[in-house]
Write a protein that binds this ligand. Structure first.
Ligand SMILES: [Zn+2]
Length: 359
């Protein structure tokens, strides 16, 4: 079965015809193809660059593969046709080629320090075991490794690095030696500085980034996935922690309040930014439009740059070719121009995943 699509292709901004044959895109006419869209704005399928389909709503691992698929379907129905799974306590390599599931770039399980991180999520290891565990999780994933770079240390009463600087640096080297890209959760100021200078590939959140480090990321091409809708919950986290950990609460509030300016500085410096929701646990699936609008409204990204960060730019970064000859047959069609009004991304009119029409 072949499909025909006509519309204004982004980012090229040209009205064109394209055909989908199986899981491939072609610009050569295919006789007998069924026309599934003849107007509108056509983009490569969206990417949620920070998502956890292995973490159940409320926290903890999913009950099984069916629940992971259900969560992925919620993301898919919002136009997300590829996911970078940023750590999963439940392994599901069999979903990599599942026709119903968005394409997956997967880290294995989060590598976290002992007895500090979210319960039942990370594989928790002491400093000497970090490089070995990173190598193991690189084998469990399909190209990425996820490190927990900092978290609350209840004995200190504030955020603190997960391990010493030498261990964080060794983690970066171990992942890259294993042929994987490595990213890290960071909220605070200390671990993020060590990781950027060690040559980490990407940062999640990055609330503790300084202007100096943003410059260093831009020079190195280190990516940032801000997850602004997650950081917007810092006030609630602080309120719950206030009684027992007042210094942590103050720190979280300050990091949350300063974050739009951090993302704006990273954008202006040319740091590669990608759209991630951090769905799973406390954040709902299917909310990529909220994160896209947040990047525009709170951090000042132009609509075209938000679209790049959520679509063709993210696909190129993860190795999922877009709407080029021989590219992958994933696309979304919007009735109106999302560059003129980004709210259009809330309502995809047509979606094709892996060559199959899903809306
Ligand atoms: Zn996450």
């Amino acid at each position: 079965m072949a499909f025909h699509v006509r519309g204004v292709l982004l980012p090229e901004d040209e009205e064109r015809d394209l055909w989908l044959v199986g899981d491939r895109v072609t610009f050569s006419p295919v006789e007998g193809a069924e026309t599934i869209a003849d107007r509108g704005y056509v983009l490569p399928g969206l990417v949620d660059a920070h998502c956890h389909i292995g973490i159940a709503p409320g926290g903890g691992p999913v009950e099984g593969i069916a629940q992971a698929k259900e969560l992925a379907a919620t993301d898919r129905d919002s136009g997300v046709l590829a996911i970078r799974d940023c750590g999963s306590p439940y392994p599901y390599p069999q979903l990599d080629d599942d026709p119903d599931v968005p394409r997956l770039a997967r880290a294995g399980q989060h590598v976290a320090p002992p007895k500090r991180y979210l319960r039942d999520i990370g594989v928790e290891v002491g400093a000497p075991d970090v490089p070995g565990e990173i190598a193991a999780q690189a084998r469990a994933g399909n190209g990425w490794v996820k490190l927990v770079g900092d978290w609350i240390d209840r004995s200190v009463g504030d955020l603190a690095p997960a391990w010493d600087a030498a261990t964080l640096e060794a983690a970066v080297r171990a992942a890259q030696a294993a042929g994987a890209r490595i990213t890290a959760h960071t909220f605070s100021e200390e671990a993020v500085a060590v990781l950027v200078r060690a040559g980490i590939d990407c940062l999640e959140h990055g609330t503790g980034l300084s202007i100096d480090l943003i410059g260093e990321m831009a020079r190195r091409g280190t990516a940032l996935v801000p997850t602004m809708i997650n950081i917007a919950t810092f006030g609630d986290i602080a309120a719950r922690a206030e009684g027992k950990f007042p210094e942590y609460a103050r720190h979280m509030r300050a990091l949350g309040d300063g974050f739009p300016a951090v993302v704006r500085a990273a954008y202006e410096a040319g740091v590669p930014l990608f759209v991630g929701t951090d769905a799973g646990g406390g954040i709902s699936h299917g909310v990529i439009a909220d994160e896209m609008l947040c990047l525009h409204e709170e951090a000042g990204l132009a609509p075209l740059d938000v679209l790049r960060a959520a679509s063709w730019g993210a696909r190129e970064w993860l190795g999922f070719p877009g709407l080029v000859e021989g590219g992958l047959a994933d696309l979304v069609v919007y009735a109106e121009d999302p560059r003129r009004d980004l709210r259009v991304v809330r309502a995809p009119q047509r979606m094709v995943l892996r060559g199959r029409v899903i809306r």
